[in-house]
Ligand binder design. Structure first.
Ligand code: ADP
Ligand code: MG
Length: 459
């Protein structure tokens, strides 16, 4: 029955996904209504549970009719308890059958496994160059990543050091490089792992007395990618090992790709000689996202998912969720899930309600200055046009919108508002307010603009 479940799932998801994620599943047992499945690492376990859990349950049902629950566990590593993070890190070792140290020893096996690319840490199939949106803040890093993927280990691009804050796309770029190389050069073994995993494997090898094997395996790759290198700060032995691996590979003409949260110079706690080597190739940073990039990313995600989200909603998200792309994705996913769940269309009105925690809706005092600034920014006019005497429509209309919002969102009197808009008369403000009110009834675009501005100011 288990073989049937696997075969069906394999047919459903296709060979690539199956190999990446599901091949290492082991059936631990069936007890009453519970089916227990184990995977070699926490990462794989979580991934399979989150992405295939429901499908697996549905496929188990016909085989074991009483099934109510599928449990996903982390495989015990050769008799040790794999419940701690360290152990689960070790469990996902370089070879396909890491749980038997006696088996894995021969160099022939290593080469064979390497040729099959089988021991590469799982790559997320969604993280490819195709799904990476390029904008000003990441174009340099992206270009370097492309270049390395096309011509690994070419002079000047080795190592490639990617750095930037959380959620700006470092891991995405690294996976993209790995996928691209895998496709273009299937014979080149690529190893991708987090620095944390590197450490656990190293410590595991030390403990198991097979550091030679560990070294041989690492040095047999053509491309080594280590994500989140800052994790090695203060881990002197692991750093030392990494340094030697690094040197051996670079000297052998192999490509290294490293990511970290800071530039080599700013990574304190890394040995100088390693720092020097890390900065010796090309160093590319991922800058904080801009509004434009955030909007393009949202548009790409929406198109990919095939969901219909009003552009104004995307604009609001791009404005309000400026922290990083991960939060932005999270917000979008939540909105879409919400809209599906309650089968109602997404509108500007229900965004703040769904995302209240992310948008941090707090009662804040809105100032005329805030309003003028936001409105000017929105219509791409100069802030000074808020006070100027220019009457051209392109500046007069936004100025009226700002006056309208000042009246609606602050407790200022008409004369006060007038004064703040270049010493205009209170009748001008009054006229602006009624004009905008009237226009909003007939001009949908203007009405949406005003609602959007209002939401941005209020939340
Ligand atoms: P980091 O490793 O720098 O912390 P990640 O690469 O994990 O960040 O990115 C966080 C999330 O944002 C991922 O889901 C990733 O796919 C997405 N993401 C980041 N930058 C982009 C981009 N330029 N285009 C599309 N998605 C992106
Ligand atoms: Mg990352």
């Amino acid at each position: 029955p288990w073989a049937r479940v696997r075969a069906k799932l394999r047919a459903e998801v296709g060979e690539v996904e199956y190999r990446n994620w599901l091949r290492q599943m082991v059936l631990r047992g069936v007890e009453g209504e519970l089916v227990a499945i184990s995977l070699p690492s926490r990462f794989l376990r979580d991934w399979v549970r989150d992405h295939y859990g429901d499908r697996l349950k549905a496929l188990c049902l016909p085989e074991w009719p009483g099934t109510r629950r599928v449990d996903f566990r982390v495989m015990a590593d050769a008799g040790t308890d794999a419940s701690t993070q360290a152990e689960s890190g070790l469990a996902e070792s370089l070879t396909p059958s890491p749980r038997s140290p006696a088996v894995a020893a021969s160099a022939a096996r290593v080469t064979e496994a390497a040729r099959e690319n089988e021991w590469m840490a799982p790559l997320d199939p969604r993280l490819t160059f195709d799904s990476f949106v390029v904008g000003k803040p990441n174009e340099f890093a992206h270009a370097c990543a492309r270049r390395v993927a096309e011509r690994p280990a070419s002079a000047g691009f080795n190592p490639l050091f990617l750095y930037g804050g959380v959620g700006l796309g470092k891991t995405h770029l690294m996976h993209s490089i790995a996928w691209a190389i895998r496709e273009a050069h299937p014979q080149k073994p690529v190893a991708y792992m987090s620095a944390e995993k590197f450490m656990y494997r190293f410590i595991g090898a030390l403990r198991g007395g097979n550091t030679m094997e560990f070294k041989t395996q690492l040095r047999s790759v053509d491309i080594l990618m280590i994500d989140d290198l800052q994790f090695l700060i203060g881990k002197d032995n692991t750093q030392e090992e990494f340094f030697h691996t690094f040197n051996a590979l670079v000297d052998a003409g192999k490509q290294i790709v490293v990511s970290a949260d800071k530039s080599p110079n700013d990574l304190s706690g890394i040995e100088d000689r390693l720092r020097t080597r890390l900065g010796g190739g090309i160093v590319a940073d991922l800058h904080a996202t801009t509004y434009e990039l955030r909007l393009s990313i949202l548009q790409a995600k929406v198109a990919q998912a095939g969901v219909d989200v009003p552009v104004k909603v995307l604009e609001l998200l791009a404005h309000k969720i400026a922290s990083n792309v991960r939060d932005l994705e999270g917000a979008l996913n939540r909105l879409v899930a919400h809209a599906k769940l309650f089968s109602r269309p997404l509108t500007l009105e229900n965004v703040p309600e769904v995302l209240s925690d992310l948008l941090r809706t707090h009662e804040k005092r809105i100032t005329i200055d805030d309003i003028q600034r936001k409105v000017a920014e929105h219509y791409a006019i100069r802030m000074t046009d808020m006070f100027s005497a220019r009457r051209a429509r392109a500046v007069a209309r936004p100025r009226q919108v700002a006056m309208y919002l000042a009246k609606q969102l602050t407790s200022r009197s008409l004369p006060e508002i007038g004064r703040r808009f270049g010493n205009r008369d209170h009748t001008t403000v009054m006229h602006a307010v009624s004009r905008i009110q009237q226009l909003m009834a007939e001009d949908r675009v203007l009405a949406e603009d005003v609602t959007l501005l209002r939401r941005m100011l209020e939340t």
